[in-house]
Design a protein around this ligand. Sequence first.
Ligand code: ADP
Ligand code: MG
Length: 390
Amino acid sequence: MTQPPLLPGATLGVMGGGQLGRMFVHAAQSMGYFTAVLDPDASSPAGRVSHHHVQTDYLDAQGLAELARLCDAVTTEFENVPAPALAQLAAQRPVAPAAEAVAIAQDRSAEKAHFTRIGVPCAPYAEITDQASLERVGAQLLPGILKTARMGYDGKGQARVRTREELAAAWARLQRVPCVLEQMLPLADECSVIVARGRDGAMVNFPVQHNLHRDGILAVTTVHEGVLPAAICEKAVAAARAVAEGLAYVGVLCVEFFVLQDGRLVVNEIAPRPHNSGHYSIDACDVSQFDLQVRTLAGLPLVAPRLHSPSVMLNLLGDLWFDANGQRAQVSAEAVTPPWDAVLALPGVHLHLYGKLKAARARKMGHLNVTGATPEAVRATALRVAAILG
Ligand code: ADP
Ligand code: MG
């Protein structure tokens, strides 16, 4: 039975108060919804802009009951929301994505099993859960990358290993938690595709995003016609849609891919939520990934997003708030505030800051979207931005 859509005036909730939650809240509020955020941090980016902020731990039964009471439906902004929390909410309110899909995205082993099940190739890998599985690792997986099965992000919880000895030492350093060892692949490029799937199974997707990582963290996303060969883009879109379909997914889902030097496409991982590589959509598409998160949660019709400008997204990390001597400023302090006025003097620059009160190295503080008439113009502006920010 299909439920009627939740129309503006209803209250939409989100588990997690980070920047993704904040941009969801902005999108929901601009359409006339009320919002509620559950996050333990009093100064969380989303909590500070939401109508309601339930300030408790993610597993706090009272906090969850309060969120359910306030909201007509609940979504999540990060994949490590404990599954029992989503299950408690789902007993009272529609929750999207479902706990089962989030549980798969939380665990690299389960994720890879899903890719295998639906026939989308991923990197050759082995699960490492005990000494015996460590010793069974085939030589063809080395050199490789050891990744904790759970809780890794922005390159954290990973170690590059060349030999069995390095593998054993790295697993010990990771406290012998369940891991996967992936073969180190010869990457030519990285890309991602974001899809939105509704309760009725209708699905739309954003264009393929070309991603550049530095130190395991996304640095630059470029999107325009021809950013990667058409055959790769078609495969990536088809694979992303198959991944969502196979999970009976409801909500916004990002699928990350590797393009290998021999031209093969290999799936890397999924994120059961909007993604950093989709932030360009706020300024370069007629509907953003956050607009579609609102629509999937509310049960509104989905419309295919249209890219109306070539775009480059530059992540703004906390390093920008440190001076040449390595001293950190308060985010509000004049001295080390990046020169936003100079950056904003350039054409087609859109600044998004997440309202975080403290800068830390490698912490995502905001992003800049650059739009323009042509990919070349956008690239030229992005290079000027980079030169100003240093
Ligand atoms: P995270 O969850 O931290 O994003 P990923 O698994 O996406 O972790 O890895 C982060 C980055 O490390 C990737 O974007 C890619 O640049 C590199 N990487 C990860 N796995 C491999 C691999 N098997 N071969 C080559 N590079 C990899
Ligand atoms: Mg990743």
